[in-house]
Design a protein around this ligand. Structure first.
Ligand SMILES: Cc1cc2nc3c(=O)[nH]c(=O)nc-3n(C[C@H](O)[C@H](O)[C@H](O)COP(=O)(O)OP(=O)(O)OC[C@H]3O[C@@H](n4cnc5c(N)ncnc54)[C@H](O)[C@@H]3O)c2cc1C
Length: 410
């Protein structure tokens, strides 16, 4: 008889698998709504997955309505949480990290892109996001310390209410509050089995415990497809995509209130991080890497750095940001995006009753998790969701070829 089978079974009304930002926003909102017997199972430590490796950007500048709505709500959620925690000093909890609301600045140097961006900005403004269109001269006048090369710039978009924060610290703060409100959070607890009988979830198992539970939420980020297999679902389309970030020494002369600056042509982006400069550049995977990702091969989850990216960063800097020439690297790391075919999340029920999806944020999970959690909790408690129809994000859409529209800004 195994150690797990020998130990006394425990119970949970809702079991959240994963200890990242999706789990944190879910656990926190469930607890705030007074829903009890919630358990979070994280296989390593809280925020050890993608969220602990993320940039922490909160931007509402997207090209399609759904992304804008998710991001707009996400940003307001974090602002409310920060304010609430600051007010609740009696809990003696460490306050959450500050939100650096310095905006996001997209620099655009392609005429066709610039025309498209103007359309996206009109859409953002219709949805309540105050994005502005700037001429190259206005960009130089507002941030002279950036010392931009502007010859080939068509213009820029700037949303002053965008910004960034520390995503791992935010995850820990949310789960810390959830814990104080009664949620059980177990670290070093990988879910290794999900028991399903007569089409319904019955229990989950970790090496330490067997948890009887009618509801399991798959919030395992880039590993979501592997977790779904434990419940007998073999076609959850969530694939890992490696992304790299570089922490560099501060560059003198850059403005203190530096927005997240994004050079749209190359994808180069940077912002301050505790006195250093955090720099990233999305690179394309090779055909072999793409095939490994679609096959969920072990190599696709590898976090070894691709050395070519640093050279691409230096090239992009040389073209646009002479002030950043000679950037001195402190350290670099890789993390995984969790891509779906239409780059929108997968939320809600599956054919296994009681097994719900909360995954597939395609690199936008920090921004999008708060509204995703709200939709799921609405669904769990009332059978439908209020802000948006959760059925839009069903797993079934991929099986039926009803993909959602999505347009990348980068
Ligand atoms: C370099 C980089 C930059 C990014 N920048 C941004 C950004 O600026 N803004 C933004 O919105 N998003 C950004 N993202 C994306 C964001 O980090 C993800 O979308 C987000 O973390 C997804 O949250 P999650 O909770 O679903 O997954 P994760 O944060 O990955 O958490 C999933 C957790 O599940 C755990 N787990 C896996 N399998 C099991 C199991 N069997 N049992 C128990 N636990 C398990 C993992 O250990 C992990 O801790 C970035 C990502 C990367 C890599």
């Amino acid at each position: 008889m195994s150690a797990v089978a020998r130990s006394r079974p425990e119970t949970a009304a809702i079991t959240i698998v994963g200890g990242g930002i999706m789990a944190a926003t879910l656990a926190y909102q469930l607890a705030r709504r007074g829903i009890g017997e919630v358990v979070v199972l994280e296989r390593e430590t809280v925020a050890s997955g993608s969220i602990g490796r993320a940039t922490g950007g909160l931007r509402q500048q997207f090209a399609d309505e759904l992304d804008i709505i998710f991001a707009h709500e996400g940003l307001h959620f974090y602002q409310r949480f920060i304010a609430e925690m600051q007010a609740e000093t009696a809990l003696a909890a460490p306050p959450p990290p500050p939100f650096y609301q310095y905006g996001y600045l997209f620099l655009v140097s392609n005429n066709e892109r610039w025309r498209a961006m103007q359309g996206y900005v009109a859409l953002q403004r219709r949805l309540g996001v105050p994005t502005e269109l700037l001429t190259p001269e206005e960009v130089v006048a507002r941030w002279p310390g950036l010392r931009l090369v502007t010859e080939d710039l068509c213009g820029a978009t700037f949303c002053p209410t965008d910004g960034y924060t520390d995503p791992a610290a935010m995850t820990r703060a949310l789960l810390g509050t959830a814990r104080r409100l009664g949620v059980s959070v177990y670290e070093h607890s990988p879910v290794v089995a999900i028991q399903v009988a007569r089409g319904r979830v019955q229990a989950v198992e970790t090496p330490q415990r067997r948890l009887l539970t009618p509801l399991v939420i798959n919030a395992t980020g880039a590993y979501a497809a592997l977790t779904a297999r434990l419940a007998g679902i073999n076609d959850l389309p969530v694939y890992p995509l490696r992304r790299q970030l570089y922490l560099c020494e501060a560059v003198p002369g850059l403005p203190q209130a530096l927005p997240m600056v994004v050079d749209q042509a190359t994808g180069l982006h940077f912002r301050w991080r505790e006195g250093d400069l955090l720099v990233g550049l999305p690179h394309s995977p090779s055909p072999d890497e793409e095939a490994a990702s679609l096959a969920l091969a072990p190599t696709a989850f590898d976090l070894t750095l691709d050395p070519a990216v640093w050279s691409q960063i230096k090239q992009a800097i040389a073209h646009r940001f002479p002030a950043l020439a000679g950037l001195h690297l402190r350290r670099a790391w890789a993390g995984l995006y969790e891509m779906t075919p239409d780059e929108h999340p997968i939320l809600g029920p599956t054919e296994v009753e009681g097994f719900l999806c909360a995954c597939g944020f395609s690199g936008h999970g920090f921004m999008h998790a708060p509204l995703a959690a709200q939709l799921l909790i609405d669904y769990i408690t009332t059978g439908k969701s209020s802000a948006l129809d959760i059925a839009l994000f069903s797993l079934q859409r991929f099986r039926e070829g009803r993909l959602l529209p999505a347009t990348r800004l980068l």
